[in-house]
Ligand binder design. Structure first.
Ligand SMILES: Nc1nc2c(c(=O)[nH]1)N[C@H]1C(S)=C(S)[C@@H](COP(=O)(O)O)O[C@H]1N2
Ligand SMILES: [Mo]
Length: 306
């Protein structure tokens, strides 16, 4: 036993620790202005034009009400059991139709991208919704660095397979590892991020630490957690929920109030944290991101490509 660490893990070097979220920055500048006695306005240059101004859910809502079947199918299971997951060291294999395939340490990835806060609406296919202040970087910036080859048309992703630490994987509730995918233009869209945190802190394990996809105009199951592999391909990848029940969960899974799930309506949603007697709210086309993303689907029959 040497007792000394031979190498740094990603969390020793991640810029996450240098990151302050918008509220902290505004708070800091207001406090400083008060101290200095000057009329310094709280600037919000840190606010992304892609962020919603809707009020975020509480940290507690976001971290206690989760879907992460690797830790069980109950909403509280991820919070209860995901603490045992080792997330450092963490490597992401990037392969397929890329110029620079390889196994990339998360720290190396984070040293080459720009983290920012994105406050996004989040809509689960089960018809509940939240507003979540993510920290993350645009997936396109990572894809540009590894070099996407001309024939690539899709991006496939896989979650960690580690049944020793993921009790749900010892049961066949899903076909492990969890897999998801996007068309390349969806993956390159600036709204599509890889999240590494929320509320300005490292991502809690139950929310998909240390790295998860977030695609705010699609149903939540597209936003795959704890990603260990990213593959560029020229064929539409197999995706977990689509393989399990293709009539119920399509490859696209764009939020769409006019196309119901076979077993329930998608016209409205329950805002988590709204209280027992809160009214359901109308679900918005593309979860409210239509101005940004509707053109990706020009000419497509959305009832057929659900
Ligand atoms: N690997 C993996 N990713 C996953 C899931 C899962 O079970 N396993 N659940 C999905 C579903 S259905 C939703 S709604 C979101 C939930 O994300 P949250 O718990 O951070 O709100 O994660 C998605 N990503
Ligand atoms: Mo979901």
């Amino acid at each position: 036993m040497t007792g000394s660490k031979t190498r740094l893990g990603w969390s020793d070097v991640t810029p996450q620790h240098l990151f302050m979220n918008r509220r902290q920055m505004i708070g800091a500048s207001v406090a400083w202005a008060g101290l200095a006695g000057t009329a310094m306005a709280a600037t919000d240059d840190a606010v992304s034009p892609y962020s919603t101004d809707a009020e975020p859910n509480s940290f507690e809502d976001i971290t206690q009400y989760c879907n992460f079947y690797e830790f069980g199918t109950g909403k509280g299971d991820p919070a209860r059991f995901a603490g045992a997951l080792t997330t450092d060291p963490w490597a992401v294999q990037i392969d397929g139709m890329v110029d620079r395939p390889g196994s990339y340490d998360l720290g190396d990835i984070l040293s080459k991208v720009t983290l920012e806060e994105r406050i996004y609406r989040f809509r689960c296919v089960e018809a509940w919704s939240m507003v979540i202040p993510w920290t993350g970087f645009e997936l396109r910036s990572l894809l540009e660095q590894v070099g996407v080859q001309p024939g690539a048309k899709y991006v496939a992703m896989e979650t960690l397979l580690r049944p020793e630490e993921m009790p749900g994987q010892r049961r066949r509730s899903l076909d492990w590892p969890y897999r998801e995918g996007l068309r390349l233009d969806e993956a390159m869209h600036p709204l599509t991020i890889m999240a590494t945190g929320l509320y300005g802190q490292d991502l809690p394990n139950q929310n998909g630490a240390p790295l998860r996809l977030v695609v705010p105009w699609k149903y939540g199951f597209k936003s795959i957690k704890s990603v260990v592999r990213i593959t560029l391909t020229d064929t539409q990848p197999e995706t977990t929920w689509n393989m399990l029940a293709p009539r119920e969960y399509g490859f696209y899974s764009n939020v769409n109030p006019t196309v119901d799930h076979p077993r329930w309506s998608q016209a409205t949603e329950r805002a988590v944290g709204g209280g027992l007697f809160a009214k359901r709210q109308p679900t918005l086309m593309y979860n409210g991101y239509g101005d940004e993303v509707a053109s990706l689907y020009d000419g497509m029959d959305l009832a057929e490509h659900y």
